[in-house]
Design a binder for this molecule. Structure first.
Ligand code: ADP
Ligand code: MG
Length: 324
């Protein structure tokens, strides 16, 4: 568990010993997915958690770009030659991702992958400038052609690719909470790495979601947010990266330059929709403090907490109480 440490500690002390509370975690999407919920029927509580994990595995099998047997992989393999038909779910998520491209004026751009795939953070691989420039020439979300009637995706340029890594976990968390709601659960927290959604409260008090200290130990909490019925997504420069000559190459890429932004270290976005908070946290990371906060201020219901390179905190206007 990464950023929601406070909650895990609290549950560690009480855990399943208190009747009604259930929690479990699994590795999915290359990160830890965890579910905590209240159900007064033990069996039903355990089954509800399983249903969420099943849903997450289903989404991973649809959207992962790490596997070559997914719908997403088929799009990247074929869409530059001919329109590729996809499921309504994938189509809709790609459509929403392109919308986020417009909203963030290209800071969030799923075609970043045309250049992004040249990096391998585990193997410390990065492209040379010429290869990067070639790839950047086809990074532009506005080029992607969606045909709603045929439910197809088409890339009009050779070498174009997309990746939903900046939005898929938000989607998964939303779907997980929807399932829980249908099963009659009223108090839950579903998280997938840096993306989480809380359903209801924690029976009489808000859920406490921690934001990790970007340069602390894995369990060092920088700030805690009390949340009820909200989604929260955090993007950090500490998830996947390598360093070379004092420069950090991490998994968030500025679609215009191919660089990893270095003026902020962590961005959390809170709001009513987890797909949006996920895309926005990545987008605001690229935009930086001033432009990022300006975007968040323009969106009703959304707030942001940004930790910059000097570990200074910047918050949107909904956080007046944090500002002192
Ligand atoms: P995490 O995966 O840790 O939750 P984010 O939500 O910030 O973090 O997503 C980072 C992922 O988003 C990257 O691993 C990559 O798949 C994708 N990505 C990186 N840069 C961009 C970008 N500029 N626009 C859209 N997606 C991006
Ligand atoms: Mg994101």
């Amino acid at each position: 568990m990464k950023r929601l440490v406070l909650i895990l500690l609290a549950l560690g002390a009480s855990g399943n010993a208190i009747a009604g509370w259930h929690s479990a975690a699994q590795d999915i999407f290359g990160t830890e997915v965890s579910v905590q919920l209240w159900h007064d029927d033990n069996r039903a509580g355990v089954d509800a958690i399983s249903a969420v994990f099943d849903e997450m595995h289903r989404i991973d099998a649809l959207m992962s770009t790490w596997r070559d047997d997914t719908e997403m992989a088929a799009v990247n393999a074929g869409a530059a030659a001919t329109p590729v038909e996809v499921s309504v779910e994938l189509f809709e998520l790609i459509r929403r991702a392109l919308e986020l491209g417009t909203l963030t004026r290209g800071a969030f751009d799923i075609t970043y992958a045309s250049a992004g795939f040249l990096f391998d953070y585990r193997e410390r691989v990065r492209p040379g400038q010429a290869a990067l420039d070639d790839a950047l020439a086809v990074v532009d979300y506005r080029l992607v052609r969606l045909d709603r009637e045929a439910c197809t995706v088409f890339f009009p340029r050779a070498g174009m690719r997309i990746d939903l890594g900046g939005i898929a976990k938000g989607h998964a968390v939303e779907r997980g909470v929807k399932i829980l709601r249908k099963l009659g659960v009223a108090h839950a927290l579903v998280s997938a790495g840096g993306d989480a959604r809380v359903l209801g409260d924690r029976r009489g008090r808000p859920w406490a979601v921690g934001i990790r200290n970007p340069r602390g130990e894995r369990d060092a909490v920088y700030a805690t947010l009390p949340l009820v019925d909200e989604a929260i997504s955090t993007s950090g420069d500490y998830e996947r990266y390598f360093e070379e000559d004092g420069k950090r190459y991490h998994h968030i890429i500025n679609p215009r330059t191919g660089d990893s932004p270095s003026d902020v270290r962590s961005v959390s976005v809170i709001g009513p929709d987890g797909v949006r908070t996920d895309g926005l946290s990545t987008g605001v990371f690229v935009l930086g403090v001033a432009d990022g906060l300006e975007l968040i201020e323009s969106l009703a219901g959304y707030e942001a907490v940004i930790i910059d390179a000097e570990l200074q905190l910047h918050v949107s206007s909904g956080f007046d109480s944090l500002k002192q």
